[in-house]
Design a protein around this ligand. Sequence first.
Ligand code: C5P
Length: 401
Amino acid sequence: MAHLFNRNVLVGVSGGIAAYKSAELVRQLQELGASVRVIMTRGAREFITPLTLQALSGNPVHTELLDPEAELGMSHIELARWADVLLIAPATADLLARLATGRADDLLTTVALATAAPLVLAPAMNQQMWRDRATAANVATLAARGCKLVGPASGEQACGDVGPGRMVEPPVIAAAVAGIFENGLLDGRRVVITAGPTREALDPVRYISNHSSGKMGYALAQAAVDAGARTTLVSGPVTLPAPDHVRVLQVESACEMLDTCLELLPECDIFIACAAVADYRPGAVAQQKIKKGPDEINLKLVRNPDIVATVAAGRERPFTVGFAAETHELLKHAREKMLRKGLDMIVANDVSDKSIGFNSDNNEATVLWPDGEQVLALSGKGAMARQIIQLIAQRLASGEH
Ligand code: C5P
């Protein structure tokens, strides 16, 4: 069943009578699990108030491109990055024309240019305007660029005409948006993903850990499920909801994470190590709470096992993917790490840049494999996860690993 859990859907509403249906559409998208933000054109605001869509979406509605206050809240570039998909419904003849020519003369068209997310269009207009050759040419241009068109439907129109141009009903549009995230790239494959931090106990109440949010690992699990894989997350303690249809096995320490992964190995075709595993753990866990006492105490730490390297060194090893967070000489160090750990692929992140990586919603990375590499542009972690899953599927399909 198609769904939109953990998806950010940016809804653009342009100025046609069908704009009144956008309210129901926002609700339908949310029912499928999406987070929704709305951009309205000036024309749209003649038909329906921003307040309606703000109340339904639970977020302020975005309307102006050059409004300093709005840009302070969430700039057009942030909106463009936030979106996992941009859905424009209704898309008027004028909006299709502006998109087709690449104009950026209001917030909606600017975001449409600035986003790497897929674009879904639900046209709505008078039947003669839809049939006009100019509109037909614009639609053909947009379709050739990869935009997905949903509708229009045929029937009686608000203006009294009968013919093609009615916006299709909101449930159909919402289902079409959900459908674009489903692909069969990893049909039938079994994927295990480690995510989040580990906690290394010092005593019954204290531990050593790190700030990993688990967002990237959870986004990868979502992308793997959408690609048709049977997906298991081996997750350290995080506050994220489990993606639908993903089995989540909760662990705390690195040793527990390793044990769980090794148990899963006989049923694993692809292993993705995304967890921020603590490199060291306390040499001994105190049975009782360590009492405050001297000014200084020493902690003895011992090395944790390297989970991904252990998996990669196994006899029946899965296709194994690791991550490398580096502050300098990113690609050199990442490639060394891939070889040292015996990986098939590594995702290299520059963590000297605070706007990406740990805890942030955006990510920028280079994916490396033994005889190639690909840069993934800055995007939301959802979009990045889908690109990584796509590359894994390509490598598996090429059989060159
Ligand atoms: O060695 P480093 O921690 O930089 O390597 C990062 C990669 O190795 C990540 O994929 C991480 O999940 C994995 N790793 C692991 N077990 C460890 C340490 C790192 O699986 N003990």
